[in-house]
Design a protein around this ligand. Structure first.
Ligand SMILES: [Fe+2]
Ligand SMILES: [Fe+2]
Length: 420
């Protein structure tokens, strides 16, 4: 009686250890190895192995083995009949010598008998086949008792549980991976659509070809220089690309007028921020403020902009970024009634209008970005591509920019506040 008792204590100790092992270990293969050793050790079994069922390949892959030698197959294929029989059998150990009808035993009979594999235990968890345990003879040479078989089944349940857990985790990872890919695809599609829209807007205005695309790029550079995160930088680029989307509804002859347009035409053209807002608002953008950038990109800090004449702190920040990008592009490209302005003139204008039209820290960030490229601190040639080599090599550009930066306060003085 006391022998049975100590045997029980010993076995339950091993079982508890196995349970802990399965719960604690994060390395699946290590868990399998330790579990197998615990099972073999607690019942004094000479050799054995654990295989995991790979559903897609319909095969058993060995994940842990002890004393099976090099010749035991690493992958064992399983036919549907085997799977069916194993599922019916459940977690009960099968005597190899009594199961010669199974195709699996017939195919691997050589390997099994050479290593004296006496039992195989199908790991069936919640009616699903997840693996097999192979067990050799006992060290004592005695046959397996029914007590041994019960212990083997209990331990098999733990091992099978660990495999199920691992499978679920792998499924989750696969799913997360697929979701990530889907999301990336969606983002690419969105980005492509935005770029296509920008090209469509630019098509309408033959004098300012590529304007929206350039404003998108300048906005992106400013956002980067302001130290924004990747998502916000992309948001700024999108806002820049779409800022003039409202122009799609303005008559082509007004947009393309080769003369200064009259008041009526001007009023029609000036509707484009509000129209752009209406177009963009119902769209679910991954970035906030895209519609606001369209609506307020012609506002000025001093309240003299349109459509609402907002003052400094009431203007959404993104609209201030796009405003600078937009104005800079207008100054540096040829228009029907005036040619692009020289760099020194443009920088004077931007500085002069700091705090009136433009937020000083945004102008500051823009100058910094340009200077970095001119001094070679940044290897990217974005300004050069947007403005042309000649423009970027204009005399005195670097000292001009340095002077401008030295004379500027890096933060907005917030000179103007809303009067209402
Ligand atoms: Fe505009
Ligand atoms: Fe514009």
């Amino acid at each position: 009686m006391s022998e049975t008792k100590s045997k029980l204590v010993h076995t339950f100790g091993a079982l508890a250890e196995l349970g802990q092992e399965v719960v604690n270990r994060s390395d699946f293969y290590e868990t399998m190895r330790t579990s197998l050793h615990l099972m073999l050790g607690s019942l004094a079994i000479m050799r054995g192995g654990v295989a995991r069922f790979e559903r897609f390949e319909h095969s058993m892959q060995m994940v842990a083995a002890r004393a099976l030698g090099d010749e035991f197959p690493l992958a064992l294929s399983l036919c549907h009949e085997d799977e069916r029989q194993f599922l019916v059998n459940g977690l009960v150990p099968i005597e190899v010598s009594q199961a010669q009808v199974l195709p699996f035993i017939q195919v691997y009979d050589n390997s099994l008998s050479r290593l004296q594999i006496e039992l195989i235990v199908p790991l069936v968890i919640r009616d699903e086949m997840v693996g097999i345990v192979f067990l050799g003879e006992k060290a004592t040479g005695e046959p397996y008792s029914s007590y041994d078989r019960d212990i083997i089944s209990a331990m098999g349940r733990h091992i099978g549980g660990a495999i199920t857990q691992r499978n679920m985790l792998a499924d989750l990872e696969r799913q997360a991976d697929e979701n990530r890919k889907l999301f990336d695809n969606l983002k690419t599609t969105y980005r492509d659509t935005v770029r296509a829209f920008a090209a469509a807007i630019d098509c309408k205005d033959r004098y300012t070809e590529g304007h929206s695309v350039r404003v998108g790029k300048y906005s992106e550079i400013i956002a980067q220089e302001l130290g924004w995160g990747d998502e916000q930088v992309e948001g700024a680029a999108v806002a820049g690309h779409l800022h003039d989307v409202g122009k799609l509804t303005v008559e082509r002859k007004i947009i393309n007028a080769p003369y200064r347009i009259n008041a009526k035409e001007s009023a029609e053209l000036n509707r484009h921020p509000a129209v752009g807002y209406e177009i963009l608002l119902p769209i679910h953008h991954p970035y906030a403020d895209v519609p606001l950038a369209a609506k307020y990109h012609h506002e000025r800090l001093d309240g003299r902009g349109y459509p609402d004449g907002l003052y400094d702190r009431n203007i959404p920040y993104i609209a201030k970024v796009v405003n600078l990008a937009d104005s800079f592009d207008a100054m540096t490209t040829d228009r029907p009634y005036k040619r692009r302005r020289d760099p020194s003139e443009v920088f004077d204008d931007l500085q002069r209008n700091c705090g009136k039209q433009f937020a000083p820290e945004i102008v500051n960030a823009f100058f910094r970005g340009m200077l970095k490229e001119l001094t070679g601190e940044s290897k990217e040639k974005r300004f050069r591509r947007l403005l042309g080599r000649e423009y970027m090599e204009a005399e005195g550009l670097i000292p001009n920019l340095k002077n401008a930066l030295n004379g500027m306060s890096p933060t907005s003085p917030l000179t103007f506040i809303n009067s209402d």
